[in-house]
Design a protein around this ligand. Sequence first.
Ligand code: NAD
Ligand code: UDP
Length: 311
Amino acid sequence: MKKKLILITGGAGFIGSHLSSFLIKKGYFVICMDNLITGSKNNIKHLLKHKNFRFVKHDVSKYINIKGKIDYVLHFASPASPVDYLKYPIKTLKVGSLGTHNALGVAKRKSAKFLLASTSEVYGDPLVNPQSEKYWGNVNPIGVRGCYDESKRFAEAITMAYHRTHKINTKIVRIFNTYGERMRKEDGRAIPNFINQVLENKPITVYGSGTQTRSFCYIRDMINGIYKLMSSDLNQPVNIGNQNETSILKLANIIIKLTESKSKIVYKPLPIDDPKVRKPDIRLAKSRLKWRPKVSLKQGLVETIEYFKKL
Ligand code: NAD
Ligand code: UDP
């Protein structure tokens, strides 16, 4: 059988690089396309010399020119940390809109399957908890987070339109907060911030009162879920995430305990439109993909702490 060719946009980022490694191990040929705006060649340095891996530096908001066959397009390019998308609001809107259009164009031209990395942010500051795929969300389109939320909502809309109009076999994964090795130290998201603050004996910065909740999924579980969705016949959006909902203050205390740190907690202003709760309803993934997360928050944090210690 001929090797399957996969194009991963954003393949040099945190999730994209793990997905690249995973798919190469499964026997695929991976073309990783990334402009390195928030990713790094360091994330893929173990793959650069692999015979089934090719890196192409390109901004996917501009026309994507790929010669030859492609079997699957995985569209992961986009700043993902609130700190990053607040710094690059227009580039974030462009990669979610123009970038998704270009990536879908490749899938159409090559008769390839397509998977969009969407996000729990499509639910905004949700008025129901947990969030099922049926919930339409509560997003402030003109708020500061709107650049990310609306770009992903547009990306989902154009993906469904290509599916319905051009009959492309598309998938949409709604990724809930994911963490693990290869997140940047200065990424700005809660877990890398807290771990690096305790490792440097600095105060832990909890935004607001810390009562807001998130449900953190370890990267290994996320990659397994994405792979199961890729291989499925589902075309509707699917939540992938961990259901263990934790307040941010509790998360800070767990990290203090695991590292036996003496760091104190300092409270900083809550960012505008910061969602108050977030927890995935994963019944669809459980029943249709036979997927469920297996790594506990403690186990995942221990592995992530070890990673940052070695950096
Ligand atoms: P990341 O910032 O580590 O990776 C994103 C990658 O996309 C980077 O390598 C970046 O350089 C690249 N990129 C951005 N714009 C690009 C462009 N115009 N052209 C080419 N490459 C571009 O973030 P991540 O956490 O790995 O997120 C990956 C994807 O998963 C994103 O689409 C994000 O929205 C989605 N997601 C992630 C999470 C999470 O918790 N990590 C949650 C929800 C959704
Ligand atoms: N957060 C925090 N301190 C930090 C970084 C983040 O209290 O140093 C909070 C943030 O306000 C949010 C939660 O942690 O309520 C998760 O933030 P993150 O940036 O990880 O992801 P989000 O879910 O907001 O996209």
